[in-house]
Design a protein around this ligand. Structure first.
Ligand code: UDP
Length: 415
């Protein structure tokens, strides 16, 4: 388990009561009572960077507070392994990738190395995404129930990669997807559970004006000029180049600045190249700020989202897209692509504006920059939508129900 995480976590489950009400907290405790002492081992491929780490950082300690015995481990691998799994990631999102037989072998060998290295010991193994999926081969040796939690949109995958992975996925007791549209045909039970954000984390908690201004100052940003902000790992699937093109179109009519801020993830070796490319495209434009944000800078990200006039998320492919809920929770008007889990969060013209192209993104940005009243209404609606659907308390409840449901037979369960 990540020791740092254990020591730093101060939030108590009762702290959510002012936001979600007493009944929700009581229900979580009741469900926790049914699972006292159950050992749950989460395994993914990074402690920081990206949505999965973001969720586990908050989820693991909270489930422990409810009486379960939850741990979190990461698999290790060298750069060649993460090059291969990044290709898998892109291919599962539908991008064409050429993956050689020896690359499939790298995937298998690294999973086998991890089996030798890791202590697999739980009643429930909660395996996140493709990287550690082949750990399931240990099932007969270690027993327990096995869940594959898929955080990406696998509705139109590259067939060769999907068939390879399916050899492992089909051996699990259950698979969890973020949205109905993502779920492929599988011979095992499927659960549909959306991700969530934590309103009490440093990423999302309220900040004072002074705290926000201090962050803007630190990054040399002009607080007086309207800001279009996209926060993302530097990944081509987040379309940072498209963001710059759209912004350049908008900038012709609006005095505003673009903040493209993000970091890299330990399990994504492509990000340094993307960052370089983004800097070249920004080409010294004085209103485009490309910020490399170090891991763990949650207050900085929170402040940048709160300082935004409009938040943009122009992804080409997306799993769920936590950054959308993070922005909506802060009552921000959002322009985002209609891909992956984004339309669950952005109901077009009600909780934000959806776009389908660079031109569309530019058009929507202009609409919001030019109409603050509309922008503010969309932001308010967005916050309420997140409150009802995408807070961590709902997510906790669904995971506890999932653990209980593993011992009961059925096909698809809509929670
Ligand atoms: N994030 C971060 N630092 C960065 C870039 C992103 O902390 O430099 C966070 C972001 O706020 C969000 C998560 O990482 O909580 C990204 O999740 P999302 O689902 O949007 O995308 P993913 O990276 O998982 O594809």
């Amino acid at each position: 388990m990540n020791v740092e995480l254990k020591n730093q976590f101060k939030t108590k489950i009762d702290d959510y009561e002012p936001i979600v009400g007493r009944n929700v907290i009581d229900e979580l405790k009741l469900l926790g009572n049914h699972l006292q002492g159950k050992k749950v081992q989460n395994i993914n491929s990074t402690y920081s960077g990206g949505g999965v780490a973001e969720i586990l950082t908050r989820m693991v300690p909270l489930v422990n507070q409810l009486g379960l015995d939850v741990s979190w481990d990461v698999i290790t691998g060298d750069d060649t392994f993460f090059d291969v799994t990044k290709k898998f990631h892109n291919a599962l999102h539908g991008r064409q990738e050429h993956i050689t037989e020896s690359e499939f072998d790298i995937f298998l060998n690294t999973n086998e190395n991890n089996i030798r290295r890791m202590k697999l010991d739980a009643d429930i193994f909660f395996i996140h995404d493709p990287q550690p999926s082949a750990l399931i081969t240990q099932r007969s040796a270690v027993g327990g129930k096995w869940i594959w939690r898929c955080h990406i949109d696998v509705s139109h995958p590259d067939q060769r990669v999907w068939e390879f992975l399916n050899r492992f996925v089909a051996k699990y007791d259950a698979a969890v997807f973020s949205a109905p549209a993502f779920s492929p045909k599988l011979p095992i039970r499927q659960f549909l559970i959306s991700p969530s954000i934590d309103p009490l984390s440093d990423k999302n908690k309220e900040l004072s004006k002074g705290e926000i201004e201090a962050v803007l100052h630190k990054y040399g940003l002009d607080p007086g000029k309207p800001m279009v902000v996209q926060i993302s790992r530097f990944d081509y699937l987040k379309d940072p180049i498209g963001v710059i093109e759209a912004f350049k179109m908008v900038r012709k009519g609006f005095n505003c600045q673009l903040i493209l801020a993000g970091g890299t993830a330990n399990d994504d070796p492509e990000s340094a190249e993307v960052l370089n490319d983004v800097r070249n495209h920004a080409d010294g434009h004085r209103d485009i700020k490309v910020l490399l944000i170090p891991p763990g800078s949650d207050i900085d990200i929170n402040a940048l989202q709160r300082a935004a006039t409009v938040v943009l998320q122009k992804s080409l492919k997306e799993g769920f897209g936590l950054t959308i809920s993070e922005a909506l929770w802060k009552s921000k008007p959002v322009v985002a692509s209609a891909v992956g889990g984004i339309p669950l969060q952005i109901i077009n013209k009600f909780t934000g504006l959806l776009c389908h192209s660079v031109d569309g993104a530019a058009y929507a940005l202009k609409q919001l920059l030019g109409n603050p009243e509309l922008a503010s209404q969309l932001g308010e609606n967005g916050r309420e939508h997140v409150k009802q659907n995408f807070l961590i308390t709902r997510h906790l409840k669904e995971y506890l129900l999932l653990f209980i449901a593993l011992n009961h037979e059925s096909d698809v369960i809509y929670l």
